[in-house]
Design a protein around this ligand. Sequence first.
Ligand SMILES: [Fe+2]
Length: 582
Amino acid sequence: MYILGINAYHGDSSACLIKDGEILAAVEEERFNRIKHWSGFPEKSIKFCLDKYGLDINDVSYITTNSNFFSNILLKISFSLNKLINPSFLINQIIRKRKKTNLKNTILKSFHANKLIPKIINIDHHLSHISSSFYCSPFDESISMSIDGFGDFASLVLTKNQNNKIKIISRVLFPNSAGVFYQTLTQYLGFKNYGDEYKVMGMAGYGEEKYTKHLDKIVKLKNNGKFEIDNSYFNLYNKNFEFNWDGGTPTFNDLYNEDKFKQLLNLNPRNKNEDITDDHFSLAASLQSVYEKILFNALDYSQEISSIKNLCLAGGCAMNSLANGKIRKKTKYKNIYIPSAPSDAGGSIGSALNLYFKLHKQKKHFFQNNPYLGCDYSNEFIKNEIKKNTQLNNLNKFNIMNFEYNELINFVTKKIIQGNVIGWFQGRMELGPRALGNRSILCDPRIKNLKDLLNIKIKRRESFRPFAPAILKEYMGDWFDDTFDSPFMMQVTPIKKEKLNLVPAIVHVDGTCRVQTVDYKNNNIFYDLLKEFHKLTSVPILLNTSFNENEPIVNEPKEAINCFLRTKLDILVLNNYIIMRK
Ligand SMILES: [Fe+2]
């Protein structure tokens, strides 16, 4: 039984295909149309999922979405009436509802079909997030938390999951939202693009928490794990606020009430091009600290009412790897599972799995520890692509080679040790925001000024943002204070003090790393590359950053070739092929 899950008209539009409860394919639309966080109908993603398995749209049994307009409908209506919600917010909601109602027509048109056999089932937004985590985790029972801006009128949902059943423990409803709180202050710090919160997370390590007491005044934590936010500081529903999810990158007006925040912080909002001062770094550190208070208040409550030691996290805020890395230390949770796409992109998987396990209550869910669910390209395809580009872009001026597996590992490892920056393109593309060894830029983490070098050669990104390590899983205990499985790079953890100077390129200013653990089963070629590097250097770690240059991560070989040509990458590896500057 096939189910097609989609995330449409939300940020990170995506599609997935599951068969009998197992994920076969999942991909984000931005990788095809090259527009970051694209938010419309995921036509190309759906086509990829179906084509890869030779299916027609009418071969699937159900189509699921990760939003249900009728979730919390009575609460929505009463809130709108009581608070005299701003008209544009309501209009936006209704437009999106109409689009989703017209989903059937959009699908029929896109796939040139006369009739649609699969039924469209809408699953609540947060139940989709939670399902994307719990039904992919290795746990039979867990507490799960979905935490984001908001979806279907809620921003935080806690559930207890046992025997494939998901039971809601508590919900924080609109307009109280940790995600909106974080996004608002991210905008205040001058980062106004959708999804810029990770930049502020990077800034936090450089600041002092001198604004925490100010921000505490607008967030009221409650004993039941919930919280209230003083909404007079936010424009979300009490001014002429507008946002747009209608295709393209999602856009938002300024969420902050400038006068109120200026008064509270005695600090002006930062202009996009203004220098970043110590005050800005301190506001980032304080914001992170208050977000963590909200998170740990909810997690502490979940532990008061349950003795379960397994935690599943999802939702946009579950990408706060800095906070995630503190959970094992600050709570009694011993095991944490966060999927590779905790954001709305993973909602396509969550809605599909939620429906599957509603229909198959007795089945056990799979441990789906594989983020490599996107497109892949054969050596033959790559050979032809290189041939095409040899004429178009004069690739003759580079050395082009073709190696067997072991030769490739040995050659690339030696080149990394010589200080080269490698574009590493292998197998199926990762689902989610992190490159995990299939669409990665790799280099030697021992090089001191590597961060500057990478920024000159390719990345051109803010100097306060750290680069991350990938480590052979079995060596984690030798290099980090805490040992845990982190295959999707979703947790930050301190490196051992004595190791800090050995790998300066991947350690943040506060002595932490956003670590990826790599095992052979999940990614044999990346594992073997790390192993060879370890053999020659005694360091089981490579710097791993996403293969892109201010764009979505590369998907096709031609995008990797273009990125190589545009930048100063030293070597491009496409499966078994190597293109190297002479
Ligand atoms: Fe969400």
